[in-house]
Design a protein around this ligand. Structure first.
Ligand code: COA
Ligand code: MG
Length: 295
């Protein structure tokens, strides 16, 4: 059984709302400095047309160098190393003050070795890496991919590409991709990695967006990748903890600590059994709230 000493403070980086921003869109690059999202993915890949790749790269370098993004975690999504732009993207952005580089369509460990070599050669030997899982190979190989490098910090589902590659269709229930999504969450949890759900394309529909967020939250996702500013508040709400949850967590922890001090392994709060797992969950909730409040 876990003792109170085992409840070590966890350091948590909230990633409830992670907004893609097309690198070619100067207005969006500026706008993101004021949005309440936890992280921003400055995109050089899918959101940027081939003839705008160089401009997008220059604009992203300029925007990050200028700064002003505050607490928001900054990630750059580069093009794959098998494209005409990937190597130049890595060279251009690896030295920027960003918290990670996101690589698209990661499928094999050989690809990861190439990514590590490219990022290291660009002089960023300790820069965290994020991988997109968005193909059948990626989903099937995810455990090997997740274990390849300790520099991996976060997995990101690319549900639009996945649906395309599966020759499936976008459905509101997402029952057709639930197996793939849950498999990836399972691996992420087993490997102590964060994992983010894919984007909701019908971005003006708050009803279907809420239901997609709640489904992802129930599956265990840490947050949702977003495409539009109007999605940020709802993602923050669904993937976060409200004041009531924080109060409840405090009560759970207090009851459990009192039980421990009295030599008991379990406690009862409002007629419900509190065990060490509930205490650990409560502690995570409080650490999450603390991480948000200290921004
Ligand atoms: N990040 C930051 N700001 C954004 C934004 C984003 N992803 N999307 C829109 N905005 C800004 C606009 O610049 C505009 O700002 P302003 O009113 O201060 O000038 C405001 O939000 C409203 O935008 P709106 O007119 O409603 O959006 P739109 O119709 O011009 O564009 C999309 C809609 C979907 C094309 C656009 O949101 C977008 O490009 N999203 C990202 C797509 C992407 O990154 N895809 C790759 C990953 S799947
Ligand atoms: Mg993609």
């Amino acid at each position: 059984m876990m003792q109170s000493d085992d409840l070590v403070a966890t350091s948590i980086r909230p990633r409830r709302s992670v907004l893609y921003m097309p690198g070619a869109n100067a207005r969006a690059l500026d706008k993101a400095r004021t949005l309440p999202c936890d992280a921003i993915i400055l995109d050089l890949e899918d959101a940027v047309a081939a003839d705008a790749k160089a401009v997008a790269r220059d604009q992203v370098v300029a925007a990050v160098s200028e700064g002003g993004y505050g607490y928001r975690e900054l990630i750059v999504r580069v093009n794959g190393l098998d494209t005409p732009w990937g190597a130049d993207d890595v060279q251009a952005v690896a030295g920027l003050p960003v918290q990670g580089l996101l690589f698209p369509k990661v499928e094999t460990t050989a690809q990861i070795d190439d990514i590590l070599a490219a990022v290291d050669a660009a002089g960023a030997q300790s820069l965290p890496l994020w991988f997109m899982v968005e193909t059948p190979q990626g989903v099937l190989n995810i455990r090997d991919l997740a274990l390849r490098t300790k520099r991996l910090s976060c997995l990101v589902m690319g549900t639009s590409d996945l649906v395309k590659e599966l020759r499936a269709r976008h459905t509101e229930s997402r029952v057709n991709i639930a197996y793939a999504l849950q498999h990836c969450v399972l691996v992420a949890r087993a490997c102590s990695l964060d994992i983010l759900d894919g984007v909701h394309l019908d971005f003006r529909n708050q009803v279907s967006f809420r239901s997609a967020c709640e489904q992802a939250r129930a599956m265990g996702f840490d947050g949702k990748t977003l495409i539009h500013p109007t999605q940020v508040d709802l993602a923050n709400e669904v993937f976060g903890y409200d004041a009531e949850a924080v109060t409840e967590a405090r009560a759970v922890l207090a009851a459990w600590e009192a039980a421990q001090a009295g030599g008991k392994g379990v406690a009862v709060l409002d007629g419900k059994l509190i065990e060490n797992l509930h205490a650990a969950e409560a502690q995570r909730t409080l650490a999450f709230a603390e991480a948000l409040s200290t921004r």
